[in-house]
Design a protein around this ligand. Structure first.
Ligand code: PLP
Length: 429
């Protein structure tokens, strides 16, 4: 007897590489066959076999208010009637830019793109144009999308697949990508000393979400800021996950850190394919058509995507209490899970900031990629499947952050903790 998901997966593999349109969906890291979804509402997803799951991925972040959020659905329906694309400017794009600039600190201008990948790729190009330098620094286990230059030590999807060097990325491109361990300032200092006057940018996930959820240690981001100022390097904060999630103004607001360029994705599109990069006027005016750094997109600023994102961001902007509620929910869940693991005698680390979190089965703190990779990820695999069987959908890899949505109720959280207790009893027993 096969489930509908298994039948769909077999069919998908004939016509889509690996049966999925993005690798982490394939369950490679946890084994087994991916679940095909049919619908979702609030904190729940429903699969092709009619099973319900409490969702802790929330489309990898965008669904911060829960799935099928009514005001977003309504706005999409209304705007679709005007046309799904113009290829000419609209007032909606100005409203979107004005709203983003009013919510996010330290930015004067924003350019809309269609994904987080494009946002990071374009921000790096602008940094190179602005500084006239070619090299940049990224951190092991940080993910900045799948553009060539970033596919070095790129965390989650890439780590999960265990691709050491990526076929298709030329050595010449890889040579301009310098990497340091996350939370390691001396390593960054050394790279800067080794490559004087040739580093355009440091790009960093201010809270890393692509190797589990890993917090910046005290002084790390401040140290990067100081190094950038000292050496004429631009600091790019990749806020594709953290933007509009850790606070209205993202990690810049929450952690009080100033970026030169910021990249967005995920929440900014309210579930539609949207990304953006933003920064101070003097930097952003290097972007075409004002400046010479070329960057374009046929569907960029798409009206349906803009109204979905605008509706989502306005809701967050007008209801700052959402962030406190989300954090309380996450803290309740974290405390509950820690209690379950402790009572069962399972060594564990649960990392959390705001509504981002992750569970690592290790006895030492998880502060960088090698720590995350050294945890008992076999146990995570079994935990993932035991939770899935009990109707809880966790990210299908220990190298991914969990994302909570505000549609979660106390009852959902208690169900999740109860499922964890049962799961641990079964897999550790
Ligand atoms: C998801 C993600 C990206 C890439 O965004 P896509 O929309 O998937 O291209 C870039 N940076 C970070 C930090 C991300 O989490």
């Amino acid at each position: 007897m096969f489930t509908n998901s298994q039948i769909l997966f077999d069919r998908a593999r004939q016509v889509i590489p690996g049966g999925v349109n993005s690798p982490v969906r394939a369950f490679k890291s946890v084994g087994g066959s991916p679940i095909f979804m049919k619908s979702a509402k609030g904190a729940y997803m429903y699969d092709a076999d009619g099973n319900a799951y409490i969702d802790y991925i929330n489309s990898w972040g965008p669904m911060i208010l829960g799935h099928a959020y009514e005001p977003v659905l309504k706005a999409i329906q209304e705007y679709a009637a005007y046309s799904t694309s113009f290829g000419a400017p609209t007032e909606l794009e100005i409203k979107m830019a004005e709203l983003i600039i009013s919510m996010v600190p330290n930015i004067d201008m924003v350019r809309m793109v269609n994904s987080g990948t494009e946002a990071c790729m374009s921000a790096l190009r602008v940094a190179r144009g602005f500084t006239g330098r070619n090299k940049f620094i990224k951190f092991e286990g940080n993910y900045h999308g799948h553009a060539d230059s970033f596919l070095v030590s790129a965390g989650s999807g890439v780590a999960t697949l265990d691709i050491q060097s990526i076929p298709g990325v030329t050595q010449a491109v890889a040579n301009d990508t310098l990497t340091a361990p996350y939370n390691n300032l001396p390593a960054v200092q050394q790279l800067i000393a080794d490559h004087p006057d040739s580093i355009a940018a440091i790009i960093v996930e201010p809270v890393a979400g692509n190797m589990g959820c890993i917090l910046p240690q005290a002084g790390f981001l401040e140290g990067l800021r100081a190094l950038c100022d000292e050496h004429g390097i631009l600091l790019i904060l990749d806020e594709v996950m953290t933007g509009f999630r850790l606070a209205r103004g993202g990690a810049q607001e929450r952690l009080n850190i100033k970026a030169d360029l910021v990249t967005f994705g995920k929440i900014i599109g309210g579930g539609m394919p949207v990304g953006a990069f933003a920064g101070r006027r003097e930097i952003m005016e290097w972007v075409a058509p004002v400046g010479k750094v070329y960057q374009a997109g046929t569907l960029s600023g798409n009206p349906i995507a803009m109204i979905a994102g605008y509706t989502m961001l306005s809701t967050l902007d007008n209801n700052p209490g959402i962030y406190e509620e989300l954090e309380q929910k996450a803290t309740y869940l974290v405390d509950g899970l820690k209690k379950v693991f402790t009572e069962a005698g399972i060594v564990h680390q649960v990392n959390q900031l705001g509504s981002m979190m992750s569970v690592h089965f290790a006895e030492y703190p998880i502060i960088d990629f090698s720590a995350a990779a050294g945890a008992n990820n076999e146990l995570f695999k079994r935990f993932f499947h035991a939770m899935l069987e009990r109707g809880v959908y966790l990210p299908p890899s220990a190298f991914e952050s969990w994302f909570l949505c505000n549609a979660l109720t106390q009852e959902d959280l208690d169900k999740t903790i109860a499922a964890a207790k049962e799961s641990i009893a079964v897999i550790a027993g």
